[in-house]
Design a protein around this ligand. Sequence first.
Ligand code: ATP
Ligand code: MG
Length: 397
Amino acid sequence: VSAVEPYFEAFSVAVVDDDPKLRTRLAMQLGTGVRSASFPSIELLEERFVAGEPLVVIFGPSFSTAAGLHDVERLTRQRPEIGAILVVEELSTQALQQALRAGVKDVLAAPADAGQLTESVTRVAETLNAFPLRSGSAAPAAPEVPAKLGRVITVFSTKGGAGKSVVASNLAVALSRKADGPVVLVDADLQFGDVAVMLKLTPQHTIVEAVSAIDRLDPQLMQSLLIRHEPSGVLVLPAPLEPAFADQVSAANMNKIVSILKTFCAYVVIDTPAHFNEVVLGLLEDSDDIVLIAGMDIPNIKNVKLGLQTLRLLNIPVSKLKLVLNRANSKAKLDVGEVERTLSIKADALIPSDVAVPQSVNKGVPVLIDAPKAGVARSFEQLAELFLIADGQAARR
Ligand SMILES: Nc1ncnc2c1ncn2[C@@H]1O[C@H](COP(=O)(O)OP(=O)(O)OP(=O)(O)O)[C@@H](O)[C@H]1O
Ligand SMILES: [Mg+2]
């Protein structure tokens, strides 16, 4: 699902590299919907764009040297309104680390395809909105180089029982195997959350403690409230143990918790309740990705249609959306093509129906661990790869 237009009005995109052919190719890949310009050097870029304008800069491979990254770092430090993307010849952990240290927000391997590039630009542009435009010529306060923030993935459905909790927990497990940072699973089904049960955890703390300490909540305190799922390493922030405590968690509380989690986690996966509420709304707005789960029957599809309309009304870009069809092989009357046509969007992942799922739920072991050879386990890995590949974190084959 991709449509990037909503963001392309608010910022410009610049390509910088000393190779003119490469510059042109990158600029062309951005397509016509984008206000883009290309420059052979950072100096020329700085002449053209005044400080304060939100700008996404794509640096070509010539900047992946120590000297090049040094220049990039100087620019990202001085101009926090610039979101930098680096295209490298070869993606390695080392290249990634060095780029991130230089303040680069995303790294892509050359040749980046057009889809990857626009997706990355959109993602980086979203982070720019966080910076208010500076007025006047006052020297900017030296900002710290922002560390790369974790990606927030909210698993959502417009119908109860569609498989949100199963997908959220298995997605978190699959991501944690390959991500280069911790993965946290947040149970935002505040009244009836069952993530802890699905993972056979006995929580000492829940989201309620995080909310009680909300004013002094920092990454360290946050970390101490998480419980580790030993078999996978996934960190979990469980839902309140009593449904009555759900009221204590406001949308603002939840957004603050997520914003702290993403400072030290590579992925924040969020399970949501069956019904729409303020907390869910706040989460959807703050997510990088929304995994929309639909079952393969008419009531589900009807609800997804309504859900898509809601997202549109909320101005949530479709580019954030990943449609996951659960129980995709079920004996229901619908086939995948029919569902896709009805919804006018393509499914990003299909999860087969498998008795191994309820069996694993009953054991309190994610199916990825309980039945790793099952087709359904493989489909969760593929779902995770959609994110890992986009983030350059998947093991290359
Ligand atoms: N692919 C699948 N194959 C077989 N069973 C499945 C599959 N996905 C989910 N289920 C079963 O469906 C039931 C509901 O799944 P789950 O609890 O994940 O849904 P949910 O959307 O979180 O529900 P709720 O809205 O109540 O939170 C579970 O018992 C699970 O075992
Ligand atoms: Mg659930």
